[in-house]
Design a protein around this ligand. Structure first.
Ligand SMILES: C[S@@+](CC[C@H](N)C(=O)[O-])C[C@H]1O[C@@H](n2cnc3c(N)ncnc32)[C@H](O)[C@@H]1O
Length: 336
């Protein structure tokens, strides 16, 4: 579609150039409108929100979240001006469906007030604002010298949370950032947790992912030369092979898995090369989740080489730099 659309785009601060590159792969004419904060960009594109979101979901790993901007309010934060902008943007929302109100304030002490004001404004217009997730979103970002407001179906934003920022109340995520990575992958890639069977956890130590898998009722085969946390090592549904995956995979086969996860601290291509033959051990309806650790330079090239290495065994469901990822991206896989 012709015309210009402005988007507020979120990426990891050290990946914003790659995120812009992702958008330019969809629309070579896209231009950077403003760098609002590290990892927060205004990008102007001729692609409409649906087209851009669909393309980035397929192949835009470094864009974590975006929303189409309906209104930019210049100047320092004024509650009335933001409320007025929210009301105008809300005109495009469906009054018969709930609306998630997502607020990010780049200065402290403002988010609560903005949320309350916008929630009131939407309620007065006959809409049904909610604090949690909903099929449509009213997004507000407030900085010291401007605010941006947008209204969109949640599916246009790539992630269902503000800026793709997620926290989990899951006890495993409370004790380990790594556990958050696995929980986030299931949520972002919309994977269904297996309800029974076995999971293979490669690079399992100290055990955050294994803990998540055990908590979901799965039996876990953990492979890592390093030790697991004490509490975990004695779990009756966990078997720990204290060796590398290279050693583990030459053993006689020990059955199939509903899930194969891999968080090994290895270069992306090497880890993918070790993962690929394990596709044979995955149930037909099973999933794989793995992190691709990327060295600082030529990150896209490393990622592509790893994805290519996986393809003979796996179909790639999704690949994205998640909120819990650092110098890595997370890949969701199904059996080919
Ligand atoms: C980032 S940690 C994994 C954290 C884990 N997912 C968790 O939730 O606790 C990476 C692990 O990969 C393991 N690792 C590195 N190379 C490996 C290999 N070739 N085979 C198996 N494990 C390996 C390391 O010993 C380390 O414990």
């Amino acid at each position: 579609m012709e015309g210009r659309h402005a988007y507020l785009v979120t990426a990891r601060p050290d990946s914003w150039e790659l995120a812009l590159e992702d958008i330019r792969a969809v629309d070579p004419g896209a231009r950077l409108g403003a760098a609002v904060a590290p990892g927060l960009l205004v990008v102007v594109s001729s692609r409409d929100p649906q087209t851009l979101a669909d393309a980035l979901r397929r192949d835009g790993p470094f864009v974590r979240h975006l929303f189409p901007i309906h209104q930019r309010v210049a100047g320092s934060y004024q509650a009335m001006a933001v409320m007025a902008a929210a009301c105008e943007a809300a005109a495009s929302l469906d009054a018969s469906r709930p609306v998630a109100v997502q607020v990010r304030a780049l200065m402290p002490g403002v988010a609560g007030e903005v949320r309350a004001a916008v929630t009131r404004a939407l309620t007065d217009r006959g809409l049904a604002p909610v604090a949690g997730e909903a099929p449509q979103v009213l997004s507000v970002v407030v900085s010291a010298d401007a605010s941006w407001v947008g209204a969109s179906p949640t599916a246009h934003n790539l992630s269902s949370t503000a800026g793709g920022i997620v926290g989990f109340s899951d006890p495993a995520a409370q004790v380990s950032r790594a556990a958050g990575k696995l929980l986030e992958a299931f949520r972002v890639f919309d994977l269904a947790w297996p309800t029974a069977g076995r999971a293979l956890d490669l690079g399992a130590a100290p055990g955050g992912w294994s803990r998540v898998l055990l908590d979901r009722g799965l039996a876990v085969v953990a492979v890592d030369p390093a030790a697991l946390d004490d509490g975990l090592a004695r779990h009756p549904r966990l078997m720990h092979w204290r060796e590398t995956v290279q050693t583990y995979t030459v053993r006689p086969r020990d059955g199939q898995f509903a899930l194969i996860v891999n968080d090994m601290r290895l270069g992306a291509a090497e880890s993918a090369r070790l993962m690929r033959p394990l596709a044979d051990r995955l149930d037909d309806a099973g999933f794989g989740v793995m992190t691709l650790k990327l060295h600082e330079t030529r990150r896209r090239r490393q990622m592509r080489a790893a994805l290519d290495a996986l393809v003979p065994g796996f179909r790639v469901i999704g690949c994205r730099q998640l909120y819990h990822n650092r110098s890595e991206v997370t890949v969701a896989l199904a059996k080919r």
